[in-house]
Write a protein that binds this ligand. Structure first.
Ligand code: FAD
Ligand code: NAI
Length: 462
């Protein structure tokens, strides 16, 4: 008789959500977590702390940039970075302890320590052995390394070090213009650092709608961030207080160097499976280090499943959560399902960026006929009240059926606005369905309706 129906290894968004759902479905469940706190990368060193610092630095920047325009006079606030980090920590603590509470409420056993699969249905933590009918691996990811770059988390930092700086750097070089680079680069640029982003490709945010990517680049440059695009970083030489970044421009092989107080390495993340004992039990891995799973999140070894950053797909907290829910339902004998074509992505810069579904680029690749409904926030009264008229919404719909295929927007609260399109897509809605839905005035959401109208006879306010 096994101790548990399900043991989940990893207490991040994939693991803890899976654990709660398993318990809700009547399964005897334990979740093993080694870092001493629940919530994984996301709550401890990812989504939540980065959003806390983005919020605080945005408020600071807003006070200095926009308050006077609204008749709010007086010297602007100054930054106490220590206090800002305390605020960040209190947000983390509130959230992680919230999950402990949810575990107690749902009767999930929280086992602290590093788990290793030591046999069929057996997980060992320290000297203790625990048995289960099913094991779910949700061990997440860690920062990727780059040849020639040694991260010391002091001068050369990963996102974890960047979330815990003790001093605002005068100069900062960010390697990689992906999500982490742009979010963390924005934080320190707003707080006064001179930030230069070095990116291998010729554009920022690879995979994103090209028009949105260009607009974001323009907006960030306006905020003072500098960009060196098409540049391959070959190495970083660090002393105790400074670092020198060497790069080569790909178009002409010209070498360049940059010196900075802090260098942030943000060139992607890789699955984390160290110490799990997967080779010994024969779990198949992809050549990118991901655990291979089938359409039901099952590995090749019976009774072992995997979800989240450790398997294929976008490394996003909500993707991990969805898989956690679905695998719990699958184990409980229900029809767990994730709709991978409707997973939104958000970049929490200013302006914010959000996207879901196909881009114009992917539709062209597929040779699919589509129409574009576009609306700029300049025509949205509410956006103008907060000086956020830059940016636009773009809805892509099938040319013949009008079915919504994707949406990309850059502008105020983009990360919230995207969800009405996600719901519409889940229901197979047409752009006309969205256009005929009454939207309250004055809201930012009206821009979504206007973009949907633009897929038909035309928007009203443009
Ligand atoms: P994780 O959150 O990585 O959790 C895995 C957990 O497993 C860890 O706590 C680890 O300690 C534990 N573990 C590993 N091995 C073992 C073992 N053998 N035994 C016990 N425990 C183990 N995503 C978004 O959607 N939105 C964002 O805004 C966002 N911001 C981010 C910002 C930063 C700076 C970073 C780094 C990431 C961000 N992400 C964001 C990505 C997001 O954090 C991940 O996609 C998400 O955390 C993945 O969840 P997971 O459960 O798969 O893994
Ligand atoms: P990323 O994959 O988003 O971006 C990495 C960037 O580094 C790419 O633009 C790539 O071209 C570039 N790069 C790679 N090698 C390089 C080199 N040698 N020199 C210069 N540039 C180089 O990875 P990132 O930003 O590290 O984020 C990791 C993961 O975390 C992402 O998958 C993302 O989904 C997740 N995340 C999500 C957030 C969100 O949803 N808001 C926020 C932060 C992270």
């Amino acid at each position: 008789m096994a101790d548990y129906d399900v043991i989940i290894i990893g207490g991040g968004p994939g693991g803890y959500v899976c654990a709660i759902r398993c318990a809700q479905l009547g399964l005897k469940t334990a979740c093993i977590e080694g870092r001493g706190k629940l919530g994984g990368t996301c709550l401890n060193v990812g989504c939540i702390p980065s959003k806390a610092l983005l919020h605080a630095s945005h408020a600071y920047h807003d006070a200095h940039t926009n308050f006077e325009k609204m008749g709010l006079m007086g010297a602007g606030p100054t930054v106490d970075l220590g206090k800002m980090m305390d605020y960040k920590q209190s947000v983390i603590d509130g959230n992680t302890s919230g999950i402990e509470f949810l575990f107690k409420k749902n009767k999930v056993d929280y086992i602290q320590g590093w788990g290793k699969i030591t046999g069929k249905g057996e997980v060992t933590v320290g000297d203790d052995k625990h048995t289960a009918k099913n094991i779910v691996i949700a061990t997440g990811s860690e920062s990727s390394s780059l040849p020639g770059v040694e991260v010391d988390e002091k001068v050369v930092v990963s996102s974890t070090g960047a979330l815990a700086l003790t001093k605002i750097p005068k100069t900062m070089v960010v390697i990689g213009a992906g999500v982490i680079g742009l979010e963390m680069g924005s934080v320190y640029a707003r707080l006064g650092a001179e930030v230069t982003v070095v990116e291998f490709l010729d554009n920022i945010t690879p995979g994103m709608d090209a028009e949105i990517s260009k607009t974001l680049l323009r907006a960030l440059k306006k905020q003072g961030l500098k960009f060196i695009l098409g540049a391959a970083v070959s190495g970083v030489e660090a002393t105790k207080t400074k670092a020198k970044v060497s790069y080569t421009l790909r178009k002409n092989d010209k070498a360049g160097e940059l010196e900075a107080d802090i260098v942030l390495l943000a060139t992607g993340r890789r699955p984390y499976t160290d110490g799990l004992g997967l080779a010994e039990i024969g779990v198949e891995m992809s050549d990118r280090g991901q655990i291979k799973t089938n359409g039901h999140w099952q590995t090749n070894v019976a009774g072992i499943y995997a979800v989240g950053d450790v398997i294929d797909g976008p490394m996003l907290a909500h993707k991990a959560e969805d898989e956690g829910l679905a695998v719990a339902e699958t184990i409980a004998g229900q029809a767990g399902h994730v709709n991978y074509s409707v997973i939104p992505g958000v970049i929490y810069t200013s302006p914010e960026v959000a996207s879901v579904g196909e881009t114009e680029e992917t539709l062209k690749e597929q040779g699919r006929s589509y129409k574009v409904g576009k609306f700029t926030f300049m025509g949205n009264a509410r956006a103008k009240t907060i000086f956020a008229g830059d940016g636009f919404v773009k809805i892509l719909a099938d040319k013949d059926t009008d079915r919504i295929l994707g949406c990309h927007l850059i502008g105020p609260f983009a990360g919230e606005l995207i969800h009405e399109v996600c719901v519409a897509m889940e229901f197979g809605a047409s752009a006309e369905d969205l256009a005929r839905t009454c939207h309250a005035h004055p809201t930012f959401s009206e821009a979504m309706r206007e973009a949907a109208l633009a897929c038909g006879d035309g928007a009203i306010h443009s």
